[in-house]
Design a protein around this ligand. Structure first.
Ligand code: C5P
Ligand code: C5P
Length: 441
């Protein structure tokens, strides 16, 4: 298949979803609590609002049977239920729903879906882990509902950045469309949020540098470069100087993927109330984690009421992630084929795992196992280089969690699971074994 045919297939699915949506007066939207899920929700809610279709939105951390119970209890008989950033891997759970369903997702489809329409890049031969996120998929549906929804493209880009995707193929097409009409603009430099340089380097978890979190070292680093002030006010020459100095630091230890993630194009979302894409992603992820989904959704829908509060929360939350990365580095264990840690009550293990594999222990995938109350949550992250060699964390986590009485899934490069307490070591050795087979060791 070629790219144009694949994209056309995905757009055809988006058209079908739009047709079903337009046939309804009321839509129950369910979406995920991370930046991709929240931007997806903001896109579909704006598109529905503009069409005069009423909606009720709920943001959830995962799709389980309690979500189905909630929807069954609250949705009217004729309402349409739209799932964003979830649903493709949970066909069995969704079969318990009474209503018509539309799924707008980028996770690998599993089983026969009970949905009327599934819009999913994998069904068009496009890798949803890297080339288009749920927000991009939802944006295609919004545009099928009305081409004027092109102004929502900035949210599609923010979701893809939140899911650490590549900006080529389908994402690249959305980005080009957005820049052509001025919805997004691009500046080259260090791929971080705006603010005072020293402050931002101190609390930002990515890029994770040997100076991150250490104010004295940051002041020394910036002093040598002769840089200070606000990032958005740096001249192009000063921005280049900063980016080169960071690249030099990264070259010592990190992956080329880390260099790409840290230096290059920074997207500015001209139509949104948060312009810098990294700030938008941090704010949405923080709100989602802090169970402030309403705040996140209102920011995605361009309401400034809670913006300053959300910005402050995001800075505090990023600081705590930096602290957790330091703790995780000290707790790092390695098996034959994976790096891992087993801990309790650690926040944001997904971010921790993705930093560990990109910046600290890049030769192996990283698995963070974290007990919170009576459930053990797992976040696993790989690199594109490992995926090219055969790594599939979605398969590894699904099989290893099944073997110990849990459940899991996700993408080849980033996956998660829940397992029963007491099974951690057995689970880790199972993943170690499966990853070894995948990488041909
Ligand atoms: O549910 P969902 O698809 O949104 O989650 C994917 C997660 O994997 C995101 O938190 C994203 O940041 C993470 N990810 C990663 N490294 C990648 C790709 C995705 O940490 N290379
Ligand atoms: O929770 P975390 O961010 O580590 O999840 C990474 C990916 O794995 C996400 O795409 C998430 O939707 C998926 N996941 C899953 N089943 C689980 C936990 C996570 O499919 N039990």
């Amino acid at each position: 298949m070629n790219f144009n045919v694949e994209t056309q297939k995905l757009n055809d699915m988006a058209r079908q979803a739009a047709d079903v949506i337009e046939d309804h007066e009321y839509v129950r939207v369910i979406s995920h609590n991370d930046a991709d899920g929240l931007t997806s929700a903001a896109i579909i809610c704006q598109a529905l609002l503009r069409k005069g279709i009423r909606f009720h939105t709920t943001i959830v951390p995962r799709l389980d049977s309690s979500v189905v119970d909630t929807v069954n209890a609250s949705a009217g008989e004729k309402d349409l239920v739209v799932f964003c950033d979830m649903g493709s891997g949970q066909s069995d759970i969704l079969s318990g729903l009474k209503n018509s369903i539309v799924i707008l997702d980028h996770h690998v489809p599993v089983g026969d879906s009970p949905a009327k329409v599934v819009v999913n890049p994998h069904l068009a031969g496009i890798d949803g882990a890297m080339h288009i996120s749920a927000s991009g998929t939802t944006y295609l549906v919004a545009k099928a509902l009305d081409p004027a929804n092109v102004d929502l493209a900035g949210l599609a880009i923010a979701g893809a950045v939140g899911d650490k995707q590549l900006m080529d193929t389908v994402n690249g097409t959305i980005l080009k469309e957005a820049t052509d009409v001025g919805v997004v603009s691009v500046r080259k430099g260090l791929r971080i949020g705006d603010g005072n340089i020293a402050d931002v380097l101190e609390y930002t978890p990515e890029p994770y540098l040997d100076i991150t979190g250490d104010r004295q070292k940051i002041d020394d680093f910036l002093g040598i470069l002769g840089l200070q002030g606000n990032i958005s006010e740096l001249s192009d020459e000063h921005m280049r100087k900063l980016a080169s100095a960071v690249a030099l630091k990264l070259a010592k230890k990190s992956t080329s993927e880390a260099v790409d993630a840290s230096i290059g194009d920074v997207y500015y979302l001209n139509k949104e109330i948060v312009k810098n894409v990294y700030d938008m992603v941090a704010i949405l992820n923080t709100c989602g984690r802090m169970e402030k989904a309403g705040m996140a959704l209102s920011i995605g829908m361009r309401d400034k009421t809670h913006l300053e509060e959300a910005r402050k929360m995001a800075i505090g939350y990023q600081r705590s992630i930096v602290g957790n990365i330091k703790v995780a580095s000290d707790m790092l264990r390695t098996g034959q084929n994976i790096g891992y840690l087993i801990t309790k009550d650690m926040e944001s293990t997904g971010m921790v795992a993705s930093t560990m594999v990109r910046y600290i222990n890049p030769d192996m995938p990283f698995v963070a196992v974290n007990q919170v109350e009576e459930i053990v949550k797992v976040s696993a992250r790989g690199t594109r280089a490992l995926v090219t060699k055969g790594l599939d964390l979605a398969f590894a986590l699904r099989e290893a969690s099944k073997a110990v009485g849990g459940e899991g899934g996700g993408h080849n490069i980033a996956s998660g699971a829940s397992i029963p307490p007491g099974t951690e070591e057995q689970f880790i050795s199972k993943i170690d074994e499966i990853v070894g087979q995948q990488l041909g060791k």
